[in-house]
Every structure is written in structure tokens, then in C-alpha cells.
Design a protein around this ligand. Structure first.
Ligand code: GLU
Ligand code: MG
Length: 436
């Protein structure tokens, strides 16, 4: 017999989910008072080496306060039930800790609503590889690729259903042993919680079978990239779809066009939060269907921001389906901060009434420099230090982040770059493959 534990979770700057467990039958007290937490935990690199020049050092204490409604309990996963709560980091008196990523997302959502009346629906789409299955090779997108992993797909979707993740689809992707999972759109906080939960579920299910799942942006220099695509769809004051206007370019409503313009304008600096690891830049290359350019495209998989297709067959409601997909992100990004950053960038576009960017509906890497310039399309930063510099140069991106957190991010990322800098591309991919 063993005691059942429940765990409070938080996800940090390097997108690692950490937490503390307590006896599940003592939940009531922990729901009110949380567990202890340490500020300098935020300064860990993915390699478990701390950035020494972080703002806190050995000082300070915080609480990890679980949110009851986020409970996931899966008895059949692992040897004892997986029982988790997404949590906010607070001060000892319960006031929110200014650097808590989940709290920062809540603030971004509230700000969008307060300034514009708009709300957002979001969904994270994940690609990952299941390694160690020892399967024979199978063609991309094939039934054989899916069935050889059976019952991984059905079991995963069953777990997701039980965990309230509202699974939509499981599919074999283009890369070797690569799969993709999609979930129904939800409010942004729920969508980010689901993104974290999905990664935990996939990894634990694969481990239970003696395999290993990796969401790393690249698991080998020549491997197909594992992307995370964030789908976004605005709703108006009455909760009605607010994205579509068939009279306008790309059928984007005026407000959706402004929101997209904000994201495209800030995309170079956004990368510091959405593609925040050295290995992210092996994926963000032209011709990879990832996102090498800051532009808006209609149904173009090389655009950083893509207007997704509308399927009108079977009575599909176009206004409801209308959404854009931010493609320049991956699993080394904190889902809460990535989404909060996108919301703040989109909000700037709405606030300033920015003009919708031109639609780039073919691969931007095939344009000449002069054509790119005429369209106002920029190549995105090609490495992490360029992305960090772009973020620091972008007042909007640093304005909503507490200076303490910006400072910590820079320290962590510099340390990560220093440690990663010792590795060639193959070993870099190996390291991130094992961690993510
Ligand atoms: N694997 C691609 C990426 O790294 C995405 C492919 C797709 O469009 O689904 O983002
Ligand atoms: Mg895909």
C-alpha cells in the first residue's frame, strides 16, 4: 500500500514543469495555504545549472497555491495515480508573485478584455516524437505509422478525455516517429494549462510503455522539427466570433487584422519568449514549414502567422472556425508567457489601430530582398542572442514583463547559451531531446 500524493505544479522560464507533492487527503489545507516555493527556482537552466547572477540568490520564500478547478486525477497512469493541480506562485500572504507566468497570463487576458471588450479562444497544437519503440519504418502520415504505435494513440486520447483536455485529433506527422495532437479551443488560461498537461501525459504514457517522447524543436540536426502552433480566435463583447469579415483581405475582420498586425510587428522580439532556446533556431529555418519570416499568410505554412483554412462542407460555420495560428514557437517556450506575450502584442495592434499586414501566400524565402522589403517582411532572428536583443529593443515586450523577470530571463538564457555553446549541433539536439 502507498499513500496517494497530489502535486502543485508551476512551469518556469525554460518550460520545465516543477512542483511539490503532499498527501492527497490533506488537500483542503493545501488549497488554502499552498506549499513552499523558492524564487531562485525560476533561474534554473534546462541543464539544472542555475544562473548565478539571478535577482534572488539564496533569499526569499514563496507559496505554490493550487487552483482546485484545474485538478487532474488519472488513476491508471503510472504506478500510483497522477493527481495534479496547476498553481499560481504567491507571496507568503497570498498576493500574487509578480514573476508568476500563470499570473502574468491572467493579467494579459484581463487587460485585453478591459481595453477592448474582446476575449480570446486559444489552442496549442503539439508535435512530438515517440522514440525507442523499435518499430519498422513507416511512411509519413500513413496508417501504418499510426498503427505500429497502437494502442498509444487511443490510450492517449482516452487519458486526455478523462483529464478534460478535449482532444480533437491524433495523427502521424511527416517526421520519423513523429505525431501530432490537437485539442479544442478554450479560454487562454485553460489552453495553456492543457498544453502543459498534454506534455506530461504524452511523456508519462510513453515511459509506461518503455519508450521516450520528445517535444524538442529538433531531435537531430536533420530531423523534421517538432513545432508548437498556437491557435488564436477573438470573441466580441457578447462572446460571438469576431475574426471574420469576408469583404476584407484574408476575410479577417478589422479588429482581427489589427491584432495580427501587432503580433507581426513584434514577432522578432516575441521569439525571446516563444522560441527561447538555442535549438529553437535549428527549426526556424526557411523551407521547414516552421516560421522563418515575420509575416501574415493565408493558408501558408511558411508564414510566422497563418490564417487557417475554413471548411464549409457539412454546414461548417465559417465565422466560428476563423482563427490564426502562430507558428514560431516550440516546447522550450513557457506556454503561459508565450501566450501572454502574443496577447500583449495583439493588444498593441488593436490599441494603435495598426493596418493589417499584406498577405504573403507563398514561401517568403523565394522572394528577392527587394520584394521582401516592399512587402515589409522581415527574416526572423536567426539565433537566440539576436532574439534576446530584439526583445530588449522592443519597449512593448519589456513593458508588461516585471523587470525582475526580464533580468532573470536574460541571466538564464545567457547561461543556457554558454552551456549549449560547448556542444555541436548533433550533441545540442541530443541534450534537448532528452530534456524536452
Ligand atoms: N513540423 C513543422 C514545424 O516544425 C510543422 C508542420 C505542419 O505544418 O504541421 O512547425
Ligand atoms: Mg503539424
Amino acid at each position: 500500500m502507498s499513500m496517494e500524493l497530489a502535486t502543485c505544479l508551476t512551469t518556469d522560464l525554460v518550460a520545465i514543469t516543477r512542483g511539490r507533492s503532499f498527501p492527497a487527503d490533506a488537500l483542503d489545507g493545501y488549497l488554502r495555504r499552498g506549499t513552499g516555493w523558492v524564487p531562485a527556482n525560476m533561474a534554473l537552466t534546462p541543464f539544472d545549472v542555475i544562473a548565478e547572477d539571478n535577482p534572488w540568490g539564496s533569499a526569499g520564500d514563496l507559496r505554490l497555491l493550487p487552483e482546485e478547478a484545474t485538478r487532474i486525477r488519472l488513476p491508471q497512469l503510472g504506478r500510483t495515480p497522477l493527481h495534479i493541480y496547476f498553481s499560481d506562485i504567491t507571496e507568503l500572504d497570498g498576493t500574487p508573485w509578480e514573476c508568476c507566468p500563470r499570473t502574468l497570463l491572467k493579467r494579459a487576458i484581463a487587460r485585453l478584455k478591459a481595453e477592448t471588450g474582446l476575449t480570446l479562444l486559444a489552442s496549442f497544437e503539439h508535435e512530438f516524437q515517440v522514440l525507442g519503440g523499435g518499430w519498422p519504418a513507416a511512411p509519413a502520415f500513413s496508417l501504418a505509422a499510426m498503427r505500429r504505435a497502437d494502442p498509444f494513440g487511443p490510450e492517449l486520447l482516452e487519458l486526455m478525455e478523462q483529464a478534460g483536455l478535449e482532444p480533437e485529433m491524433f495523427l502521424p506527422e511527416y517526421g520519423a516517429d513523429q505525431f501530432e495532437v490537437t485539442m479544442r479551443p478554450a479560454d487562454p488560461l485553460t489552453a495553456a494549462d492543457r498544453s502543459v498537461a498534454l506534455r506530461l501525459l504524452v511523456k508519462e504514457l510513453a515511459a509506461q510503455k518503455g519508450w521516450r517522447a520528445s517535444f524538442a524543436p529538433k531531435t537531430a540536426p536533420d530531423a523534421v522539427g517538432n513545432g508548437v502552433h498556437i491557435h488564436l480566435s477573438l470573441r466580441d463583447e457578447d462572446g460571438r466570433p469576431a475574426m471574420r469579415d469576408e469583404s476584407r483581405p484574408g476575410a479577417l475582420s478589422e479588429r482581427a487584422g489589427q491584432f495580427c498586425a501587432g503580433i507581426v510587428r513584434h514577432m522578432p522580439g516575441l521569439l525571446a519568449l516563444t522560441a527561447p532556446s538555442p535549438v529553437s533556431y535549428l527549426r526556424l529555418q526557411p523551407h521547414h514549414w516552421s516560421a522563418a519570416y515575420a509575416c501574415l499568410g493565408e493558408r501558408n505554412r511558411e508564414a510566422g502567422l497563418r490564417i487557417c483554412p475554413i471548411a464549409t462542407l457539412g454546414g461548417g460555420d465559417a465565422a466560428k472556425q476563423m482563427n490564426v495560428e502562430y507558428r514560431a514557437t516550440d516546447a522550450t517556450a513557457n506556454a503561459y508567457l508565450a501566450l501572454a506575450a502574443l496577447i500583449n502584442a495583439g493588444l498593441a495592434g488593436l490599441r494603435e489601430g495598426l493596418v493589417q499586414p499584406p498577405l504573403v501566400n507563398t514561401d517568403p524565402s523565394e522572394f528577392s530582398p527587394a520584394e521582401l522589403e516592399a512587402l515589409g517582411v522581415r527574416r526572423l532572428p536567426e539565433n537566440l542572442s539576436a532574439a534576446l536583443a530584439a526583445m530588449q529593443a522592443d519597449a512593448l515586450l519589456t513593458e508588461w514583463l516585471p523587470p525582475l523577470l526580464t533580468g532573470c530571463l536574460l541571466s538564464v538564457k545567457r547561461k543556457e547559451m554558454q552551456l549549449a555553446g560547448e556542444l555541436d549541433a548533433a550533441r545540442l539536439c541530443e541534450r534537448y531531446k532528452a530534456i524536452y
